[in-house]
Design a protein around this ligand. Structure first.
Ligand code: ZN
Length: 169
């Protein structure tokens, strides 16, 4: 396949994966969770799709990425995910970026950047750290606007709900 066509095909795959992750993120929003969705895929096969469930489970590790890693490895029967790609609407936090690297996920595709906690390029670049294996690649910005707007809609709603009568939070 010519290089340009190959790049187009890769971009189309990223868009498809992120569409599934966005659908999960919207479920999280409907459930009152911070809307982050993820999907773990091997080639064209969905191993697991999930969303942030921190509030409903009371589990601080119940981020979308962690749930995909847990259930995806159960399905595969092993923890090495070199052939897999994880799509997630928000740049992974330190815990998730660390877990992605430790499970040797081949690639992480994320949508919106997290300048405060993002650990795939923003604050740190954990997947690139040789201490964590260094084998996980990542790419940023797929469907960035939709991923960012999904999060913004949640925080806007929360701000409105939290507002005191004098208008201050
Ligand atoms: Zn996380």
């Amino acid at each position: 396949m010519p290089r340009e066509k190959e790049a187009d095909a890769a971009e189309a795959r990223r868009e498809e994966g992120m569409e599934l992750a966005l659908a999960e993120g919207r479920k999280a929003l409907a459930e009152g969770e911070v809307p982050v969705g993820a999907v773990l895929m091997r080639g064209g096969e969905v191993l697991w799709a999930d969303h942030n469930r921190r509030e409903q489970t009371g589990d601080p590790t119940a981020h979308a990425e962690m749930l995909c890693l847990r259930r995806g490895t159960e399905r595969l029967g092993g923890w090495r995910l070199g052939e897999c790609t994880l799509y997630v609407t928000l740049e992974p936090c330190p815990m998730c970026a660390g877990a992605l690297a430790m499970s040797r996920v081949g690639r992480c595709v994320w949508g919106a950047a997290d300048p405060e906690k993002g650990c795939c390029g923003s604050v740190y670049d954990l997947p690139a750290d040789p201490a964590l294996g260094g084998g996980t690649r990542w790419s940023a910005g797929t469907r960035e606007r939709e991923c960012r707007e999904l999060l913004q809609s949640f925080f806007r709603k929360r701000r409105t709900e939290k507002q005191e009568p004098d208008g201050r939070e």
